[in-house]
Design a protein around this ligand. Structure first.
Ligand code: PDD
Length: 287
């Protein structure tokens, strides 16, 4: 029995459907041995995937970036997501997709003949509630100790795991990571800065995972008539921000109202957050 999960939920593993509690992989799976694999997380509302095309395009980019070839076309991924959503019977949920380089004798170099391991599970998801939306989250700044290919959604997440545990140990909700004095991202989310009525975010690069919400929030800003600029953001600019926000599939878009123990702006969610949040909720409602 795995605690805190629905052991009876059905997962997909290499073409088979099995109980989560019964699903197993080899100890020589390269995902287990080397963290040699990639993943993606597609949110669904009322059983309908949100921005699935973007998620599947990123999944394909991640696979290509680490040279894993899977005999799956885009339509196969879509069919898998829809089928797993249907089987789950869940409304608001997360579809987790993972591909590793497969099972092989332990050797760092790519194996000649390993078949990739393909895994999919669907988990229930509760949308961020009034407390998080209205009071906002707390965060602290830390150095970004991760590798230089953060644009790949790799399952090698030790840097992200340590970053999130830093937040837990510090008694805050999230961390803001800085590389060479410039903002990169949160432990598993993108970060947004508002200053003088304008929205800023670190540029798309190898130093961040470009969230599917990155492009979405950009669209929401444009619809709301908010100027957006993607450029390097210094630690000092974050300290002086009017508003801070984070975005991810699981956190949607949330304000950060306490940073390094101090209130951000007025210590309350600001007007740019409110405008973007309204657009976000409208898009979900229209699904
Ligand atoms: N994480 N940056 C990192 C490092 C992430 O892990 C994530 C998402 C994001 C935001 O991406 P998106 O908007 O596509 O969710 C940015 C997922 C939710 C996870 O690891 O569970």
């Amino acid at each position: 029995m795995i605690p805190d999960v629905d052991n009876d939920s059905i997962v997909y593993l290499n073409g088979k459907h099995v109980r989560l509690g019964d699903a197993t992989i080899s100890v020589l799976d390269r995902g287990f041995i080397f963290g040699d694999g990639i993943y993606d997380v597609v949110p669904a509302y009322n059983g309908k995937p949100f921005r699935m095309d973007g998620h599947l395009a990123r999944l394909e980019r991640s696979l290509a970036a680490i040279g894993i070839k899977v005999d799956f076309q885009r339509s196969d991924w879509e069919a898998l997501v829809f089928d797993m959503l249907k089987r789950s019977g869940l409304g608001d949920c997360m579809v987790y997709l993972q591909v590793t380089r497969g099972v092989a004798k332990r050797d760092h170099a790519f194996p000649a003949n390993a078949a990739p391991t393909i895994f999919c599970m669907v988990s229930p998801f509760t949308r961020p509630g009034a407390q998080a939306r209205e009071q906002g989250l707390s965060a602290v700044g830390i150095p970004d100790i991760r590798w230089l290919r953060c644009e790949i959604k790799s399952v090698s997440l030790l840097g992200n795991v340590l970053a999130k545990q830093h937040a837990v140990d510090a008694g805050v909700d999230e961390v803001l990571q800085f590389r060479d004095g410039f903002l990169s991202e949160g432990s598993s989310c993108n970060i947004w800065v508002a200053k003088d009525g304008k929205l800023l975010a670190p540029p798309r690069s190898n130093l961040i995972l470009e969230g599917i919400r990155y492009g979405f929030v950009e669209e929401l800003a444009s619809q709301a008539g908010i100027a957006f600029n993607a450029r390097p953001i210094s630690q000092q600019e974050v300290d002086a921000a009017d508003e801070l926000m984070l975005s991810s599939a699981t956190k949607e878009l949330l304000p950060i109202t306490t940073y390094n123990g101090k209130p951000v702006g007025g210590g309350k969610p600001g007007p740019i957050y409110a405008a973007l949040r309204a657009g976000y909720d409208k898009a979900i409602a229209a699904l």
